[in-house]
Design a binder for this molecule. Structure first.
Ligand code: ADP
Length: 498
């Protein structure tokens, strides 16, 4: 039987998804299953590890059934995952010792404050490319070892730590490999991006025994065969990759300077910066793009906290719209926002401002301001925040990308994409396949199993569906950006001035 299909397991924060692709990168079928979120205390977020595995297996079986194909026709499976979420389990039984601590969970904010007070911020940045934060796995693992008193067991090699890719590989792959890939390792705050090794200094600081750590493998590489019980045939599991890195690959941003922005709940912009590990001067993170044949490729990463979530706020709190897509027609019903600016800094501002005291601000209203102006200003705010990120990246990288490739739910909004192109003065390309995260994982798995001879051939399936060209005059762009930056000033430090 011809092994030609590729399958991605896309394990996200709220759902597990499986997608079957043709080798040309077209979607054959997909299935998703949501699972429960646990909030045991304010600011804490957990997942049940059994739910993660069960929903992932179920979505895989459903997607394959919907595709109407035999398991033996699948060439390879790639796993992509919510990043930083931390699991610890018994090496023999595979049973977790605690629920998965989700990336959003703030329980280790104190640990991070201690690291900062002790003067480790620069060291962490230089080694890991990250700004110390409770998002990353390191302090979550430290918390588990402390609170459950597990250091001795960890030292005896009885426990395995891993992110979701690692946990799925252990549970779905025959022989239970304890592995992770370099993109996921790079989000732990324990992995040295320059040496591509777990970092002894960081392990010492957080008192983490090396025996718990997974082996770090290339992003595209066979880690083993899928357990035959799952689909009835052994299939190579041939890629592990964090979700944003997978999207960068799925967008075929394989050359230095190529950049993608994902417009989901938040926005995630990644720029491929090539084989040299560099730190940002503008508060961006440095992260792995991927590691292939032992060769690291790096990326700058910046994120907008309130992207599509701003539109949810219009819908759920202000009730100005009844569904997200309606925002487009409403925004287009007025010729401009009427000099109105919304800064959706509801939880502070990320790069390049890094102001946790900033708060949401709506400025410039007149007696004539209506719902349509506010909706338009909200959509524009997503574009302005992304433009600030791009500017920071461009400065750091010393070059502007020729085009921005876009994906994610809100990239369907053509008004937003046109405004994005106008305000960045940059062409925008929206691809035919918007499942870029799953596609990236599938392509990386195809690369490891020889379905594609080289990285360039994985990019051949990428096709633009819609392009947007900048149409705004230089004068209008400058005026608009000036207004936005004045509005940001108004939002900054608000919560600290009370
Ligand atoms: P995530 O993966 O973060 O859950 P998605 O990529 O599924 O996000 O995108 C969902 C987000 O996109 C929501 O916040 C929603 O408000 C926003 N969104 C979806 N469609 C549109 C649209 N047509 N216009 C603006 N925002 C949209």
């Amino acid at each position: 039987m011809n092994r030609r299909y590729l399958v991605a397991l896309d394990q996200g924060t709220t759902s597990s998804r499986a997608v079957v692709f043709t080798p040309e990168g077209s979607v054959v079928s997909a299935a998703s299953i949501e699972f429960k979120q646990y909030y045991p205390q304010p600011g804490w977020v957990e997942h049940d590890p059994d739910d993660i595995v069960a929903t992932q297996v179920e979505s895989l079986r459903t997607a394959v059934r919907k595709a109407g194909i035999q398991a033996a026709e699948i060439a390879a499976i790639g796993i992509t995952n919510q990043r930083e979420t931390t699991l610890l389990w018994d090496r023999k039984s595979g049973r977790p010792v605690y629920r998965a601590i989700v990336w959003q969970c703030r329980r280790t904010a104190d640990y991070v404050e201690t690291l900062k007070k002790e003067g480790y911020t620069e060291m962490i940045r230089e080694k890991t490319g990250l700004v110390p934060d409770a998002y990353f796995s390191g302090t979550k693992l430290q918390w588990l070892l402390d609170k459950l008193d597990l250091r001795d067991r960890a030292r005896r090699g009885e426990l395995c730590f891993g992110t979701v890719d690692s946990y799925l590989a252990y549970h779905l792959v025959k022989g239970h490999p304890h592995v992770t890939d370099a993109t996921n390792a790079g989000r732990t705050m324990l992995f040295n991006l320059a040496t591509q090794q777990w970092d002894d200094d960081l392990l010492n600081i957080m008192d983490i025994p090396t025996q718990v750590l997974p082996r770090v493998v290339d992003t595209s590489r066979i880690v083993g065969m899928l357990d035959e019980d799952i689909l009835g045939a052994p299939i190579p599991v041939a890629a592990l990759v964090g979700d944003q890195h997978a999207a960068l690959f799925g967008q075929a941003c394989i050359e230095k300077g190529m950049t993608k922005n994902t417009y989901g709940t938040g926005c995630f912009m990644l720029m491929n910066i090539g084989s040299e590990f560099r730190l940002s001067q503008a508060g961006l993170l440095t992260t792995m793009a991927w590691r292939l044949d032992g060769k690291p490729c790096y990326a700058f990463e910046g994120s907008v906290f309130m992207g599509g979530a701003t539109i949810q706020w219009l819908r759920d709190e202000l009730k100005l719209i009844s569904h997200a897509a309606q925002s487009e027609a409403l925004a287009l019903s007025v010729p401009s926002s009427g000099d109105c600016y919304l800064v959706p800094a509801f939880t502070g501002l990320g790069a390049p401002y890094w102001d946790m005291y900033a708060r949401g601000t709506l400025v410039g209203m007149t007696r004539g301001t209506g719902a349509a102006h506010i909706v338009r200003a909200a959509l524009e705010s997503i574009a302005y925040q992304s433009a600030d990120l791009l500017l920071a990246m461009t400065k750091d990288a010393g070059c502007k990308p020729p085009v921005l490739r876009v994906d994610g739910g809100a990239s369907a909004n053509s008004f937003l994409m046109q405004f994005q192109s106008d305000i960045m003065d940059l062409p925008i390309a929206r691809p035919a396949v918007l499942e870029t995260t799953a596609l990236g994982a599938a392509l990386l798995a195809g690369l490891a199993t020889g379905l594609y001879p080289d990285i360039a051939s994985t990019a051949q399936g990428w096709h633009m569906d819609t392009g947007f060209e900048p149409r705004m005059t230089e004068d209008d762009r400058e005026k608009s950006l000036k207004g936005w930056h004045r509005a940001v000033e108004a939002a900054q430090f608000w919560a600290s001035k009370r």
